[in-house]
Ligand binder design. Structure first.
Ligand SMILES: O=C(O)CCC(=O)C(=O)O
Length: 299
């Protein structure tokens, strides 16, 4: 199966709309300029080299490379929750990205989750890969069709360096599958689905600045980086500001809720309900405030 590369005008064509609806993803070429990407790369390196004291997001390290004494960009494999960051926030408000997002979820846009994912060379494949999963597993808000991920390649990404793979059309089942840790995993929070490895996958081979948008029920993941270079990508999940928070207690999402609440308590010393954790890190980007902004976080 092949997938389409599409040059986006300001409104989706019927073809683009149909492609996203049928496949659960769309790739837009040259969505983010090389200058913007270089700016994000410099910020990433400044954080890796401890050259900035104003970064307040999370920093994750590759546990295996850390145990080998690696430093800086050779060990930091993820920055997370930088929606308020002075530099990275430009990704969440990039005009071209927002234009495409608006085509998918409408004009009232809240940024919910942001990441820069780095795959350094020489990592253990079990750390470097991201198991097949659906992003909705992590989200205590609905409806699914009003949520979209934007993921931009910061350099050429292909099968060798661990590009994303997707299972086209898998979002159409409308089901959120149970997720848990795959055997041998060494990354915290990297839950995956089980028994679906046989499904036909497509590698999202992309160049610097190309951006893939995908539905939160789409099965996807990424392979290990087998090269001597880095594989970096920047991403943000957006939702219609009128999505509703839901209580995921005793659902298939109970495990991730408990794990993240426990992590917040350990790292920040505060007891935060899962929905509040998501509200706290969200930011209205465009259009009218909605349910997210009105949500009474006092539980
Ligand atoms: O960038 C990657 O390798 C995986 C990202 C991903 O699948 C996700 O964040 O949901």
């Amino acid at each position: 199966m092949t997938y389409k590369y599409i040059h986006c005008a300001s409104r989706f064509t019927e073809d683009q709309k149909n492609f996203y609806e049928n496949n659960g993803y769309i790739i837009i070429k040259n969505e983010v300029s090389h200058d913007e990407i270089d700016k994000f790369h410099r910020r990433f390196l400044d954080i890796c080299e401890n050259r900035c004291d104003d970064y307040t997001g999370f920093i994750s390290k590759d546990p295996v490379l850390k145990s080998k004494g690696m430093k800086g960009e050779k060990v930091i494999n993820k920055l997370q929750d930088f929606i308020q960051d002075s530099v990275f926030s430009d990704y969440c408000s990039n005009k071209k990205v927002l234009n495409t997002v608006e085509n998918i979820i409408g004009p009232n846009i809240t940024a919910m989750h942001s990441m820069l994912i780095n795959k350094p060379p020489d990592s253990d494949p079990d750390v470097s890969r991201h198991p097949m999963h659906q992003d909705l597993h992590y989200f205590p808000f609905r409806p699914a069709e009003k949520i979209v991920a934007a993921w931009t390649a910061m350099e050429t990404v292909n099968e060798q360096n661990g590009c994303l793979f997707v299972v086209p059309g898998s979002h159409k089942c409308g089901v959120l599958y149970p997720h848990s840790y795959p055997k041998g995993t060494k990354n915290s929070l990297y839950h995956g689905v089980h028994g679906m490895a046989h499904l036909p996958k497509v590698n999202a081979v992309m160049e610097k600045g190309d951006t893939i948008y995908f539905h939160p029920l789409l099965l996807h993941g990424s392979g290990p980086n087998y090269t001597k270079g880095f594989r970096r990508a920047i991403s943000c999940h957006f939702a219609d500001s009128n999505c509703e928070f839901i209580d995921v207690t005793n659902t298939t999402q109970h495990n991730i809720k408990q794990e993240i609440e426990g992590m917040v308590q350990k790292r920040l010393g505060i007891k935060l309900d899962y929905r509040n954790a998501w509200k706290t890190k969200s930011k209205l980007i465009k259009g009218q405030p909605g349910n997210f902004q009105k949500y009474d976080s006092h539980l």
